[in-house]
Design a protein around this ligand. Structure first.
Ligand SMILES: *[C@@H]1O[C@H](CO)[C@@H](O)[C@H](O)[C@H]1NC(C)=O
Ligand SMILES: *[C@@H]1O[C@H](CO)[C@@H](O)[C@H](O)[C@H]1NC(C)=O
Length: 332
């Protein structure tokens, strides 16, 4: 989803408490993973670095716990590269930002769920398209070094590359994989994303070259995004039709099968209305029918500052928490 200006509501700092270990293996879900995006640390990207509590906030671990109690087992945690490494892509960490991010990650993984590290950067750093694969590889090597011993961390190379050279997108993803493995992070999954906002509906036309990515650990997962409004941007609560969900993922499913790849729907949403609920269900049913290649899905989005945002799944007042979660719970 494209990042629009967000209205920031009152800041509330989440308190960190010990999470009980849940046995996710008992779940009857058709998916390995079912969860949500956690927004906050990437907010206010028009002010860099911005101030904690004013431009951005970290996800609230108590509401993450509420979603875990519902059975969710994957949380995609957005952050900004410019805040994590303020001086340059290859520079040192802002240790305070890293600590806050790590606290959320550890909360999720200590509970037995997977935490997806999502640099929400659209293939850009300080507003410019990332063109140095070598710098990007170093960035990922440095990040992965910090999380190398946590096998429940998943590395997502970047959120939604767009309007970039197609070979560059391929090479940036490969550089990230190489950097992560060079850091000794060898057990973790890596989510790769494609150009054109990593859309599932355009994947085959745009991102076919991504099948060339290689990983010595063979743990690449293709992360695609899909919204169900007319332009697929996820900015409207109106879905095109009740069948648009399954229609928009079908070519991507065929691509995954043909090429022997695995995928995850890393972002999806529809408005809280009957047409969208049927469309969302149709899409998830289609993924579930091909769960050999589709490992799961993550709703867009939860997070403490969404307010009355049309897709907010933040417990307990988010409009999708009250109006859409019951539809999603069939897959938990
Ligand atoms: C996840 O978070 C950010 C918003 O803060 C957004 O820009 C990105 O596109 C999100 N994914 C979805 C589903 O929108
Ligand atoms: C980290 O979180 C604490 C609150 O727990 C806050 O005071 C601090 O400003 C945050 N720092 C950054 C860089 O986000």
């Amino acid at each position: 989803m494209r990042f629009d200006r967000l209205i920031l509501l009152a800041a509330t700092a989440g308190s960190v408490v010990a999470a009980p270990v849940k046995n996710f293996a008992k779940r009857a879900s058709p998916f390995q993973w079912f969860g949500v995006n956690e927004s906050g640390a990437e907010f206010g990207n028009n002010v860099i670095p911005g101030a904690w509590g004013t431009q951005y906030i970290f996800p609230d671990t108590s509401t993450i716990q509420t979603l875990m109690d519902k059975g969710m087992n994957i949380f995609r945690i957005a952050f900004l590269m410019e805040r994590l490494v303020p001086n340059s892509m290859t520079g040192s960490f802002d240790t305070d930002y890293l600590k806050n991010l790590t606290e959320v990650v550890d909360y999720v993984t200590n509970a037995g769920a997977h935490a997806v590290l999502d640099p929400h950067n659209f293939g850009r750093y300080n507003g410019a398209i990332i063109s140095s694969t070598s710098d990007f590889q170093t960035f990922w090597k440095n990040v992965a070094t910090k999380f190398a011993s946590n096998e429940k961390v998943i590395f997502d190379t970047n959120n939604e590359y767009h309007d970039m050279d197609q070979t560059l997108v391929l090479n940036l993803n490969q550089a990230a994989i190489n950097g992560i493995r060079a850091a000794g992070a060898t057990s973790q999954y890596i989510f790769v994303e494609g150009n054109s906002w990593s859309g599932a509906w355009t994947w085959v036309d745009i991102n076919d070259n991504m099948k060339a990515l290689t990983d010595p650990q063979d743990k690449i997962i293709y992360e695609m995004h899909q919204y169900l409004d007319s332009d697929g941007s996820g900015t409207s609560a109106t879905c095109v039709s009740s069948t648009i969900g399954k229609e928009r993922v079908s070519a991507a499913t065929a691509w995954l099968k043909t090429n022997g790849k695995k995928g995850i729907l890393g972002e999806y949403a529809g408005g809280v209305n009957d047409q969208c609920k049927t469309a969302v269900k149709g899409m998830l049913d289609a993924l579930a029918a091909d769960s050999a290649v589709w490992l799961g899905a993550m709703w867009w989005a939860a997070g403490p500052w969404w307010g009355d945002y049309i897709f907010s799944l933040e417990p307990t007042t988010g409009v999708a928490y009250t109006g859409m979660l019951s539809t999603l719970e069939a897959y938990l």
